[in-house]
Write a protein that binds this ligand. Structure first.
Ligand SMILES: Nc1ncnc2c1ncn2[C@@H]1O[C@H](COP(=O)(O)OP(=O)(O)OP(=O)(O)O)[C@@H](O)[C@H]1O
Ligand SMILES: [Mg+2]
Length: 284
């Protein structure tokens, strides 16, 4: 399902939207060998914060999202989802790395699926869905079936589905990977605006270092096996005017942050066998 409606894993005792404590998880291979992906991992995401998680392929980023969303059950540790300011439970929306459209449902019906998972769809949900699809350039295909869509269009439908559930915490696993540069920047702006307008917290997994820096308040570099927080970088950018996808990239601090993340990824490579190269190496 996408987005995945996670059960409130535990009421958060603190102000964080997400608090992961001492999280441990291992996978068993068919021949019985156990690989520990996380061993007592700790991190937290505050209200209205945008955090990017970067790490080489196979580092455990999607596994972390699967654990946080409840798709996987951790072997041990605590995952606490913070309540809304009015005390009602928080809600996670998870946009999976694969967009998972249901081919027998129209684009509009796919967009409404997340809402449907937790309550009856109301007429204003349909209006919100149509408005959001229109904003993402999908008005003309709202009543079409997903097979007629490009990869980028499918990602935008998946994003619509994720945001329509009015989550307190959004997990986005490489959400913009199939998009052209211009659309990618527009959607980055939409996520930044979403945080400003609703205080929604966002955790973003991306291989694009520029995207991670431009969008985030904090970048977490995940590396090693078991994966640990190899570096944690608070991002402060002196932008001309409000922070946008473009103004962030033009900030004077951008290059230095880029070099720190890139060097961190490279040094992490010594403990990973995978050779996938992070995008955006041009800034090195
Ligand atoms: N269901 C599973 N069973 C066994 N091993 C798994 C399973 N899911 C993931 N793994 C292993 O766990 C490790 C982390 O995988 P994961 O998909 O979380 O990496 P990732 O950081 O998201 O990589 P990518 O950037 O390529 O998406 C990999 O070595 C992967 O092979
Ligand atoms: Mg992944």
């Amino acid at each position: 399902m996408n987005p995945t409606e996670a059960p409130a894993r535990a009421a958060s005792p603190d102000a964080n939207r997400l608090h992961v404590r001492q999280l441990s998880h291992a996978f068993q291979t068919a021949d019985g060998v156990s690989t520990t992906i996380f061993d007592r991992l700790d991190f937290a995401v505050r209200e209205g914060e945008i955090v990017s998680i970067v790490g080489r392929s196979g580092a455990g980023k999607s596994t972390l999202f699967n654990l946080v969303s409840g798709l996987l059950t951790p072997q041990s540790g605590h995952i606490a989802i913070g309540a809304r300011t009015d005390g009602s439970p928080g809600r996670i929306a998870y946009m999976l790395q694969k967009d998972l459209m249901m081919p027998w449902r129209t684009v509009l019906q796919n967009a409404l699926l997340g809402v449907e998972l937790y309550r009856k769809v109301r007429p204003d949900d349909v209006t919100r869905a149509r408005d959001m699809l229109a904003r993402y350039g999908l008005a003309s295909v709202a009543d079409a079936y997903p097979h007629s869509l490009s990869g980028g269009m499918r990602q935008r439908v998946a994003l619509t589905r994720t945001l329509l559930v009015e989550p307190t915490l959004v997990l986005l696993d490489e959400p913009f990977s199939a998009l052209d540069y211009e659309t990618r920047l527009a959607l980055e702006d939409d996520i930044i605006a979403l945080r400003e307008q609703t205080g929604t917290s966002v955790v973003l997994v991306t291989h694009d270092i520029e995207e991670a820096i431009a969008m985030s308040d904090r970048v977490i570099l995940l590396g090693g096996r078991p994966a640990r927080v190899q570096d944690e970088i608070d991002i402060t950018l002196s932008t001309h005017g409000p922070r946008t996808a473009v103004s962030a990239r033009e900030a004077p601090e951008f290059r230095a942050y880029h070099a720190r993340v890139w060097n961190g990824l490279r040094s992490g490579a010594t403990v990973q066998s995978d050779s996938r190269t992070p995008q955006g190496a041009a800034h090195e």
